[in-house]
Ligand binder design. Structure first.
Ligand code: RNT
Ligand code: ZN
Length: 417
């Protein structure tokens, strides 16, 4: 396919969609305004720059040992640049606290806002907003499996300090970029086996969070992320959905919904419209749960489409889209590109719905027509519109993406070992 074929296919597709009342040019223009927060941690298997030998803990895990992972911030930025060059649109970056730039090794609470200056300069150059996360795992102080909800005051204090520091860094980044930084708090706290007292840790967590969030910080927005279970916390997770939903509603923070953090048949798509009635904004961790794991590369699944439809059908400006997956068994740049491109594709599919018509059918109780169109949409020439978007945005079309990744693997990644 050359560019001429792509634009011919687009012209035909445009007409097909127009027959349904959908303006494909307008859809592409809107799509270009929706940023996705690309997570830095896919680039190095969630290791960060404190200690390269430290194993990831907290019930999360990147399995596999595909060669070429980033070993420092420069390599990570280089890989991210490569990934962004394959993803249409202008996107954000989601950083964890362990990814600062420092000439000597720093411990968890020794990071300072200035350690993120190089990330900020890079973001300004590339027009990336930045989001942030305290790292409440992979550290000796988290070895008990508890952090903010620990019954040990010393442990709790340590993580309260870390979360406060992270919000301070988030605010610093947000102010420097003149673009708010969402600081998302997730902790792994939980029990492998059935606890007797489910209340005490939750009360503790509530108290810790109140201390962490006591001050408002300019440029920073707070989000809290729940989870159902993790490796080693199968029986009880302190920060459950009910816990954080209550907390976010009461304190009007953002609520983070991770697609892999619920019962397998439960979807976060159905939660958005409820939560948007009670919290100001929502952060998504678009991810893919597979059996016990919640962090597989995002594919273009029904689940993803249900999520993007909800985002687009309601108010997409109140839903911030972040990604959260880590796969060390495939090329990491490809993982970013495939997962993010799929998320953008999902958004585009949702933007190509004849929204007004569908609503009208529903309002008139014409469920036959509603079903007919929803099914018709599945075989519309979506790919032609997607290819056109890639051309418009100057990124590779189709398998051209993989070709670029493979070249990069040969030229850059394979040189790292
Ligand atoms: C873990 C949470 C959390 C992490 C990242 C690395 O289950 O989903 O968001 O994946 O903070
Ligand atoms: Zn997550």
């Amino acid at each position: 396919m050359n560019e001429q074929h792509i634009s011919q296919a687009y012209a035909l597709a445009k007409q097909r969609y127009a027959d349904l009342g959908v303006d494909t040019d307008a859809a592409l223009a809107t799509l270009a305004t929706i940023p996705i927060s690309v997570h830095c941690w896919q680039g190095d298997d969630v290791v960060g720059f404190e200690d390269p030998n430290r194993a990831v803990s907290g019930g999360i895990m990147a399995t596999g040992n595909y060669p070429g992972k980033a070993r420092n911030a420069d390599e990570l930025r280089q890989d991210l640049d490569m990934a962004y060059s394959l993803i249409p649109g202008t996107h954000r970056l989601n950083l964890h606290a362990i990814y600062g730039d420092s000439d000597q090794p720093l411990d968890r609470n020794d990071w300072r806002p200035e350690n993120f200056d190089r990330w900020i300069d890079w973001a300004i150059e590339n027009d990336h907003g930045i989001d942030f996360n305290p790292t409440c795992f992979s550290h000796p102080m988290a070895d008990s499996g508890f952090t903010l909800a620990s019954l040990d005051e010393g442990v709790r204090e340590f993580w309260i300090e870390h979360c406060k520091l992270s919000r301070e860094i988030g605010g610093y980044i947000g102010r420097k970029l003149a673009n708010p930084c969402i600081t998302n708090l997730w902790i792994p706290d939980g029990y492998k086996d059935t606890p007797v007292d489910r209340l005490r840790h939750r009360a503790m967590l509530k108290e810790s969070l109140d201390t962490v969030f006591a001050e408002t910080i300019d440029g920073n927005k707070d989000a809290v992320e729940c989870k159902l279970f993790g490796l080693g916390s199968e029986s009880y997770v302190v920060g459950s959905h009910e816990f954080y939903m209550g907390y976010a509603v009461q304190n009007q923070t953002l609520l983070t919904l991770d697609a892999g953090h619920f019962h397998p048949t439960e979807t976060i798509a159905d939660k958005l419209s409820s939560m948007l009635l009670y919290v100001p904004e929502v952060l998504l961790h678009v991810s893919r749960g597979v059996r016990w794991d919640s962090d597989h590369v995002v594919t273009l699944s029904d689940d993803l489409q249900a999520i993007t439809q909800e985002i687009i059908r309601h108010d997409h400006r109140r839903v911030h889209i972040g990604l959260d997956f880590f796969d060390a068994s495939i090329n990491r740049v490809a993982a970013w590109a495939i997962g993010t491109r799929n998320t953008v594709k999902g958004l585009l599919m949702a933007l190509l719905e004849p929204a007004a018509l569908l609503r009208q059918y529903e309002m008139n109780s014409d469920f036959t027509s509603r079903l007919a169109i929803l099914e018709e949409l599945k075989t519309m020439p979506f790919a032609a519109v997607w290819d056109q978007y890639c051309i418009q945005q100057g990124v590779p079309v189709g398998m051209g993406m993989l070709k670029s990744v493979m070249q990069y693997e040969q030229d850059v990644l394979n040189m790292r070992n």
